[in-house]
Every structure is written in structure tokens, then in C-alpha cells.
Design a protein around this ligand. Structure first.
Ligand code: NAD
Length: 356
């Protein structure tokens, strides 16, 4: 198979982890006899520095011309601490999601057995947890009108959803539930928010098309508690953009670390594959970043965009092998991990490559 992949490393540890996951993609190409060509593009702080624009037109053009995108992260402390900055790295990420129509963000939360001790949650609560989040990605409070009034003393962000936007993400979640344990939990705040009442109305109406799927509705505040109390209760979880953003960071603790969680952003065109973590400037340049979330994102790319299941499984089983052999990056180390098994970003990548 021949595929053209656009690599967008972005900022901070995005650059470090994507360098490793690209090697993994190349290795899969060699092993399975595929021909992958690569191109690079800028986004975020890196793009602002080079062009003044967090999302240059060239990045969108190259994205549209690719078969899939391997993405790192965006962000820089300079902007985090300057709320008045008009141009921000995150505009690049929101912009590319919108420009490519990437409305569905899939976030599998699966704990590798070897990492049971790495989470702050008790192992007996976690063992066997396997959740697939569907987070809506191009609507909600992130994309509505925002601004200031009263001489800057009042601020607003408008949350908005259309029936169509809820339906298309809900359909993906229902379809996925059918292929898994036929359970769907839809998260909202329908007791307070009008957007959530529309959300619930749409999901309830669609449920009759999927009589084999059991649908449960949870308010987001209660969900935040239940996710940690009893993660095994959930299978496919459907959320709006803001609730999904927060709940999946919380759920990263089920998988041990932010450094373990992969994601796929899909819509009607090209798919974008990225770890859920950000640019992590506290560890940038130190070789400490866990590359496994980015590597597992590449596995999702093989499965979802290219339909190459064996290739995807080869990556996941290599990651499993590395963890079984006791190797850890610092974020997933537990009390039993000796210094000789605590690896940096590149060494962890090398262990995965060796097993592929
Ligand atoms: P973050 O995800 O960058 O980091 C949170 C914590 O997790 C940090 O302590 C970090 O060291 C750790 N961590 C994250 N990924 C790790 C990895 N692979 N290996 C080991 N440890 C890891 O979130 P933050 O600190 O809230 O934000 C930092 C910047 O990233 C901000 O500018 C923010 O806007 C941006 N951000 C970008 C994205 C994205 O690009 N998708 C997502 C979230 C945050």
C-alpha cells in the first residue's frame, strides 16, 4: 500500500514524541512492505515564530493533500501566562480541526495490565477497564462567539450545537457501541444547559434506531465521580467538546498517565492522529516525554485511516511487550521500576522498534 503522511510535530514535547512515532510508522512500512512518503508542516507556536500565523494556509493545503496526519501538540508557556495575547498556538489546533471537518475525537482508554500500579487509583477498581470516548470536536463553547463587554470587565463564550452536529457524532458512537459491548453512556448537563437538552433529545430519538444498544445518560458532574469510582461500568462514552476535554484528562489516570493516551480525530476527510497530552513545557528538551501515546496514535492511524489491522496490532503488541519487559518512562514508573528500566523518550522508542 502507498500512503502519503503529513507530519505536524507542533511544539514542546510534540516534536520529541512525533520523531519517535514517525520511526515506528517507517518500521511498519519496512516490515509489512508498504510505501509511506512524508511531508512536514508547521502549527502552533512554531508556526507563529516562522510566519506569524498559528495555522499557515500551507499547513491546511498539505493536510488536505495527505492520506493521514501524524500530529504532536501545540502550546507555549509564553501564551499560557498572557491572557491578552491575540494570536495563540491553540488557535492552530482548533483551526485545523474546523478546516478539515474533524468533528469526532476518539479516545480509547485502556489500561495495559502491567501499568496497574502506575495509576493513583486502586488496581482492583481499574483492572479490565476499557472505555472508548467519542468527544465532539468542532462545536460547543470552543467555537461559539466570544468576547468582552463593559470595558473588558465582562466576558462571554457562547456554547452552541445544532441537531445535525449532535447526530453525526452520536451516530459514530452508536455504531461503535454495536461492535463492542452494546452500551452507550451519553454525558450532558441537561438539567441546566439548553445545548445539553438538545443533545439528550437527539440521542434519545436515535436510540430507537439502535434497539440492541443500551443507552444511559449521565450528568457531567456525576460522570466525573463515577468514572473514577467505577470505570468498568462504562464502555462507549459520548460527550460534547468541553465535557470530553475535561473527562478524558481525568480518564488518563485510568490508563496510568497522559503519556499513554492516544486519539484519532476523524470526519469526512483526512484523519488526524495525536496524543491527548499537550506540549508539556515542564519536561520539554529533557528527553523525559513518554512517546507511547504518540506511538499508539500511529496504531490508530493504521487501523482507522488505512484499514490495516495487523499493522496496528503489531504496534500495540510491541508496546505491550516493552511494558511486560518492565521498561517505563518516568511518568509511568512505579515503586518497582529500577533506574536501569526507566527510559527516556528515544530509548523507549527504540525498545518498541526492536519488538516490531
Ligand atoms: P500537558 O498535557 O502538556 O501536561 C500535563 C502534565 O502531564 C505535565 O506535568 C506534563 O509533564 C505531563 N505529561 C504530558 N504528556 C506527557 C508525556 N507524553 N510524558 C510524560 N509526561 C507527560 O498539559 P498542560 O501542562 O496543561 O499544558 C501545556 C501546554 O499544552 C499548554 O500551552 C496547553 O495549552 C497545551 N495543550 C495542548 C494540547 C494539544 O495540543 N492537543 C492539549 C492540552 C494542552
Amino acid at each position: 500500500m502507498k500512503k502519503h503522511i503529513l507530519v505536524i510535530p507542533g511544539d514542546g514535547i510534540g516534536q520529541e514524541v512525533v520523531a519517535v512515532s514517525k520511526q515506528v510508522v517507517e518500521k511498519i512500512g519496512q516490515k509489512f512492505g508498504h510505501e509511506f512518503s512524508f511531508d512536514y508542516a508547521l502549527i502552533g507556536h512554531a508556526a507563529i515564530e516562522a510566519t506569524g500565523n498559528p495555522l499557515p494556509d500551507e499547513t491546511i493545503e498539505k493536510s488536505k493533500a495527505s492520506d493521514a496526519i501524524l500530529f504532536g501538540a501545540v502550546g507555549h508557556p509564553k501564551y499560557d501566562n498572557d491572557p491578552s495575547a491575540k494570536v495563540r498556538p491553540e488557535q492552530g489546533l482548533l483551526g485545523i480541526r474546523k478546516a478539515l471537518g474533524l468533528y469526532a475525537n476518539l479516545r480509547p482508554i485502556k489500561l495495559f495490565d502491567e501499568l496497574l500500579g502506575a495509576s493513583s487509583i486502586r488496581p482492583e477498581v481499574l483492572k479490565g477497564a476499557d472505555i472508548l470516548f467519542f468527544r465532539e470536536l468542532t462545536g460547543d463553547i470552543y467555537f461559539g462567539e466570544k468576547g468582552r463587554k463593559d470595558n473588558g470587565n465582562t466576558a462571554y463564550d457562547i456554547a452552541q450545537y445544532s441537531r445535525y452536529e449532535v447526530e453525526r457524532i452520536a451516530r459514530k458512537a452508536f455504531e461503535a457501541a454495536r461492535t463492542r459491548s452494546k452500551k452507550l453512556c451519553s454525558v450532558d448537563k441537561a438539567n441546566v444547559l439548553e445545548t445539553s437538552r438538545l443533545w439528550r433529545e437527539v440521542v434519545q430519538a436515535m436510540a430507537s434506531e439502535y434497539p440492541d444498544v443500551t443507552v444511559e445518560h449521565q450528568f457531567v458532574d456525576s460522570m466525573a465521580m463515577l468514572l473514577i469510582k467505577d470505570p468498568r461500568r462504562f464502555d462507549v462514552v459520548l460527550t460534547a467538546n468541553l465535557f470530553g476535554d475535561i473527562l478524558t484528562d481525568e480518564a488518563s489516570q485510568i490508563a496510568g498517565s497522559m503519556g499513554m493516551l492516544a486519539s484519532a480525530s476523524i470526519g469526512d476527510t483526512v484523519g488526524l492522529y495525536e496524543p491527548i497530552h499537550g506540549s508539556a513545557h515542564d519536561i520539554t528538551g529533557k528527553g523525559l516525554a513518554n512517546p507511547l501515546a504518540s506511538i499508539l496514535s500511529a496504531a490508530l492511524m493504521f487501523e482507522i485511516s488505512f484499514g490495516l489491522k495487523a499493522e496496528s496490532e503489531a504496534i500495540v503488541s510491541a508496546v505491550d511487550g516493552v511494558l511486560k519487559a518492565g521498561f517505563r518512562t518516568r511518568d509511568i514508573a512505579d515503586t518497582h521500576t529500577g533506574p536501569e528500566k526507566t527510559l527516556g523518550t528515544e530509548a523507549m522508542g527504540a525498545e518498541v522498534l526492536r519488538r516490531i
